[in-house]
Design a protein. Structure first.
Length: 622
């Protein structure tokens, strides 16, 4: 990865953080926010969507391009799906619990709530909403967070409905699940104040911490997404969507800077060569007897091969602009948007079964010389033609440098073209939902997770790592409740975090453990009816048979706390069995016998007590 002087390049970046809220019901209806499995769907709904004009008669460019791809959208409906989600009933009033939560978030970022929150419609015709638009409302503006590289402004805070979950995509269309549609979603947009990849990651981590501090956000894969806007002085603003992991943000920014730097250099080189893009044309005849499996397969299906000459592009189409992605990959992204599998180009040919002779004939057919490149698409006739026209359009843009666009983030921190940047024409008022007046005076600012970590260290004497695990985890309320009952703070913290993690690694279904299970375990500990050594075994038993109470499971598994007399009897039995070893090794036999004693007691006794009695019994023999 290249090492750039980001200040010299004029790097400007901003973030859009999208976080699902953990409310009881969805934003505009009374359906639960619980996610479902696709196999539990009861029926399907089919829709076709098309763009609509704004109040000024304008159609958003991104929506218009999306509409060029003719697709059928199928939605899985569940027993909780209502008419609002199906777009067969007007939306209900804005959910009050969601509004209260976003006002908490606004306070933590020193934002000013709006006097009146109006719901707007934002056109989205990728099928992710049955309505063809997403409902969103501006709640607060003009905030700020701090980073080690300086403050980052928070431009706006939006409350909107989550999209439907994409489940499957085929050539015919896309299948979505309606269980996620309508979950309240907070969107936080920063000002373009970020000047380095490291600051981008730090700002995202800070915002994520503030969101989790409310205790009212969902967790797990897909519950939070980051979009990153990046530009350099000679480049253009590019929005990268769908960043799932905070760990990827800094690498994503670095790779996008590298892509824009390379595209600017390519544009400069193309200008010096007086490059230009020719007209697409059919070149099917060149490949009538080809040995290329991809091309022959297309032709056998009554397809065509279309080509576009790229004059002055030789050697540049195959140039790498991001790790394992080339200018030709950018062209291919646009071809794929129109249903093609991809493109071939002369910077990589002959290859894939295409011969030197076919390349030479292809060049001659489109009047391409040695300094020129040619891109081809082989597919169904209409698809091939549309795809090569899209390649020609993208190649023309390469003459100018970096296009403004929306891109999708990959797991390797690279990105691919999705669609043009959306404009203002995609927004218009939602007339079915009345405006609301946010009341920030009724909202209390929660304790920050960073503050909670420090309190746990000072008040409960937890080490920093364990304090952070509990504070940032989802069971901190259980921890505090256990300590109030008299359970040792370190034991309580280890129970809700370390022990659960270890059991999960061992394949125990810990997701079945409920709040009641943990409370039952802590009740037994506080009453000295369970030794701390028995906690893992009891949690495992409850996870495997979640219908039992902690008390019933402890009795069935023989995990009750043993008294001193019972412990001494068990220890004496172990020492007696190993009398010869004790006679030979004295206290040297302690470690081996300690493990045997703990096994004998099966988690019913505290390790310190067992250790003390074992030492006494060995010393008697010695």
């Amino acid at each position: 990865m290249s090492d750039f002087d980001y200040e010299d390049l004029g790097l400007v970046a901003g973030l859009e953080i999208h976080q699902q809220l953990d409310t009881a019901t969805k934003l505009f209806c009374s359906c639960p926010t619980r996610l479902r499995e696709p196999e539990n769907a009861e029926r399907t709904i089919t829709r076709y969507l098309h763009p609509t004009a704004s109040e000024l008669g304008e159609i958003d460019e991104a929506a218009l391009e999306e509409s060029k791809v003719d697709r059928e959208f199928t939605y899985l409906a569940y027993d909780t799906t209502c008419l609002v989600e199906e777009d067969d009933e007007p939306p209900h009033r804005l959910d009050e619990e969601a509004l209260e939560t976003v006002l908490e978030i606004a306070q933590m970022m020193d934002m000013s709530p709006v006097d009146e929150a109006h719901v707007m419609r934002k056109v989205v015709i990728d099928g992710s909403n049955t309505t063809g638009f997403q409902r969103t409302s501006l709640v607060a503006q003009d905030g700020q967070i701090q980073t080690s590289e300086g403050p980052v402004g928070i431009e706006d805070l939006m409350l909107e409905e989550e999209s439907a979950k994409r489940l499957e995509e085929t050539d015919a269309g896309v299948t979505y699940g309606l269980d996620r549609l309508g979950i309240p979603l907070v969107e936080i947009g920063t000002d373009p104040d970020i000047r380095s990849p490291e600051q981008a990651r730090e700002a995202a981590e800070r915002i994520g911490m503030l969101l989790r501090s409310t205790g009212k956000v969902k967790r797990g894969l897909g519950s939070i997404r980051q979009d990153v806007n990046v530009s350099i002085a000679e480049g253009a603003r590019v929005e990268m969507k769908g960043v799932q992991s905070l760990d990827d943000i800094d690498d994503l920014v670095r790779n996008e800077v590298e892509r824009q730097v390379n595209l600017v250099e390519i544009a400069t080189e193309l200008t010096s060569r007086d490059a230009h893009v020719g007209q697409p044309e059919s070149v099917t005849a060149v490949f009538e007897d080809t040995d290329s499996g991809v091309i022959a397969g297309a032709l056998d299906a009554t397809g065509d091969v279309w080509a576009v000459p790229l004059f002055g592009f030789d050697g540049l189409v195959g140039r790498e602009i991001q790790p394992d992605r080339r200018l030709g990959t950018e062209f291919s992204d646009h071809a794929k948007r129109h249903g093609a599998g991809g493109i071939f180009h002369t910077d990589e040919l002959p290859a894939y079964g295409v011969t030197d002779e076919e390349v030479a004939t292809l060049r001659e057919r489109v009047d391409a010389g040695p300094d020129d490149a040619v891109a081809i698409v082989a597919d169904e006739s209409a698809v091939a033609k549309q795809a090569i026209e899209a390649v020609a359009d993208r190649a023309s843009v390469a003459l100018d440098g970096v296009p403004e666009e929306t891109r999708g983030a990959h797991d390797d921190a690279t990105s691919e073209y999705l669609r043009p940047l959306p404009g203002a024409a995609r927004m218009y008022p939602e007339t079915d939902v009345p405006p609301v007046r946010p009341d920030p005076t009724a909202v209390e600012t929660p304790e920050l997770l960073t503050e909670k970590v420090e309190r746990y260290r000072e008040e409960f004497d937890l080490d920093e790592g364990l304090a952070e695990q509990v504070a940032y985890g989802s069971r901190w309320e259980l921890f505090e409740s256990a300590v109030e009952r008299g359970v040792d703070a370190t034991l309580a913290a280890q129970t809700v975090e370390s022990t659960v993690t270890e059991l999960r690694r061992d394949g125990v279904p810990v997701d079945r453990l409920t709040v009641e299970h943990f409370e039952g375990v802590f009740t037994l500990l506080a009453a000295d009816e369970l030794a701390q050594e028995g906690v893992p075994a009891l949690l495992e038993a409850l996870a495997n048979e979640p219908d039992r109470t902690a008390a019933d499971a402890a009795e069935a598994e023989g995990l009750g706390s043993a008294g001193a007399d019972e412990v001494r009897q068990a220890v004496q039995a172990v020492v007696e069995r190993n009398a010869e070893q004790v006679a030979d090794e004295g206290m040297g036999a302690f470690s081996a016998l300690m493990g045997e004693c703990m096994g004998e007691l099966r988690g019913k006794a505290d390790g310190d007590l067992v250790s003390e009695i074992l030492r006494e019994e060995i010393q008697k023999r010695v």
